[in-house]
Design a protein around this ligand. Structure first.
Ligand code: SF4
Length: 465
């Protein structure tokens, strides 16, 4: 370019009025899957030239991504909509509760639009209408990896939508439909970008990760010159080559899950499986419409631990499901004694509007649910404490989530997680004296830590340099 042409271009640029981009506020409720939806919507809006507002006051329009899984979650969603209406007044509702537009409009007739889960185009269209985008080559920028609501060092990777199961307590299939899997090459491309943008841990999520690819008949796609099937094992193997921790969530205990355990033993993927068993008593599992193969599962857990002794198995259980007798509940406690699961989350059964479990007889009184919940938590906390105590003295890789402030004596702590801990739902590793680490520590660093102490849920240690 000649100097004169350069000057002309510069003059044109200087004369260009770059319009201020409209700002969008976002309130994101619900599970990690909803969080990924929020990230997608924000990524699209950012690509369309919008800015984000950290508060209600600065937003031209506020998006509320709702959760409709439990009645309590619905109430929380309605409260969030009410707050956004009171604080800003220009509100668009999306997410799982968006499927109940009438209920939302009855309470908040002035919401600008209501769209359902995964209706990305609709929600983005509603934002365009409420606050038209300021187009221009100088504002239409989007980071390569998209916008994220999680810290940079870990990212949720959604591999499919919907679910082919029909668990009687769950309305997700009616909200989200049957399983729809993403192409493996699209997932791997997204994962590669995330890792290039600083992600050190990929959290693979879906409604049923082990069913991935069933709907598209495991059709292979080309990825970096080789064929990769749309199958959990193939996908896990490929993700394992990216250099990040790869954590599998929401795995249903199908027999083919056995095939990912050797990948964990090889160190290719993180030795962690999140399997929501929900119960162990055969009669309760039957009423839940879940497979009753709890005895086989115990054998498989044993086999998995033989192949990969460090595997962490996390699960969730529901107590007080209709018809759950004291014997059923005791069966679950005894099963847990045998299964020795590392991490357990518990829920008291809550009827969800539209779930077929609501028609079952044998409702369990609230006080009995509460008492069983406390017993479940006591049992699983004791198992967890013993498992964590056995880690004292070992050296474990730990990912740094947060660095603390210096104390009066100059010592600084940090909070991290071992490979046995998923963010938000599992325990932490609390580190002391990280000021002694040569070169310093940053969020997302993975360091070796000597474990010095343990309690029911967390570990305590010091970085070795
Ligand atoms: S597996 Fe069962 S609980 Fe999970 S999403 Fe599917 S129907 Fe709901």
């Amino acid at each position: 370019m000649t100097f004169a042409a350069y000057e002309r271009k510069r003059a044109n640029i200087m004369a260009t009025q770059i319009p201020l981009p409209p700002k969008v506020g976002m309130v994101s409720l619900g599970c990690p899957k909803a969080l990924v939806d929020s990230e997608r919507i924000l990524t699209k809006l950012r690509a369309d030239g919008y800015d984000m507002s950290p508060d209600y006051a600065g937003a031209d329009v506020v998006l509320v991504n709702t959760c409709g899984f439990l009645d309590s979650a619905k109430e929380e969603s309605l409260e969030a909509i009410g707050e956004a209406m009171a604080e800003n007044g220009r509100v668009i509702v999306t997410g799982c509760m968006g499927n109940e537009a009438d209920a939302i409009r009855a309470r908040f007739p002035d919401v600008l639009a209501v769209t359902g889960a995964h209706q990305y185009e609709d929600v983005v269209g509603a934002v365009h209408e409420a606050a038209p985008p300021a187009r221009g080559e100088f504002v239409d920028l989007v980071p390569d990896a998209g916008l994220k609501l999680t810290p940079r060092h870990y990212s949720y990777l959604k591999i499919s939508e919907g679910c082919n199961h029909r668990c009687s307590f769950c309305i997700i299939p009616s909200l989200r439909g049957d399983l729809v899997s993403r192409r493996p090459d699209a997932i791997l491309r997204e994962a590669e970008k995330l890792v290039a943008a600083g992600t050190r841990e990929l959290l693979v999520i879906s409604q049923d990760t082990s069913a991935y690819g069933v709907d598209i008949k495991h059709q292979p796609r080309e990825w970096h010159g080789r064929e990769v099937r749309a199958h959990m094992t193939d996908l896990a193997r490929e993700l394992g080559t990216l250099g990040a921790w790869v954590r599998l969530h929401y795995v249903y205990p199908y027999p083919h899950v056995d095939k990912v355990i050797p990948l964990m033993a090889e160190g290719l993927i993180t030795p962690y499986l999140d399997i929501p068993f929900q119960h162990a008593a055969p009669s309760v599992l039957k009423r839940m419409k879940r497979p009753a193969n709890e005895a086989k599962v115990l054998n498989r857990l044993k086999g998995w631990r033989e192949i990969c002794p460090d595997i962490t198995v996390r699960s969730t259980f529901v107590v007080g499901f209709p018809g759950e007798s004291e014997e059923d509940f005791q069966y679950l406690l005894d099963w847990l004694d045998e299964a020795q699961l590392d991490r357990v989350g518990g829920f008291r059964f809550e009827p969800v509007e539209g779930a077929s479990a609501n028609d079952l007889d044998g409702a369990v009184p609230e006080e009995v649910k509460e008492e069983r919940y406390q017993r479940l938590m006591e049992k699983t906390a004791a198992i967890s404490a013993a498992k964590l105590a056995a880690k004292v003295g070992r050296t474990l890789p730990v990912i740094i989530d947060e660095l603390g402030e210096a104390d009066e004596d100059g010592s600084i702590g940090a909070t991290g997680r071992s490979q046995a801990d998923a963010p938000e739902i599992d325990g932490n590793v609390f580190l002391r004296d990280v000021q002694a680490v040569s070169g310093g520590l940053l969020q997302g660093d993975i360091v070796n830590v000597v474990i010095e102490d343990a309690d029911e849920h967390d570990l305590y240690g010091v970085v070795i340099t």
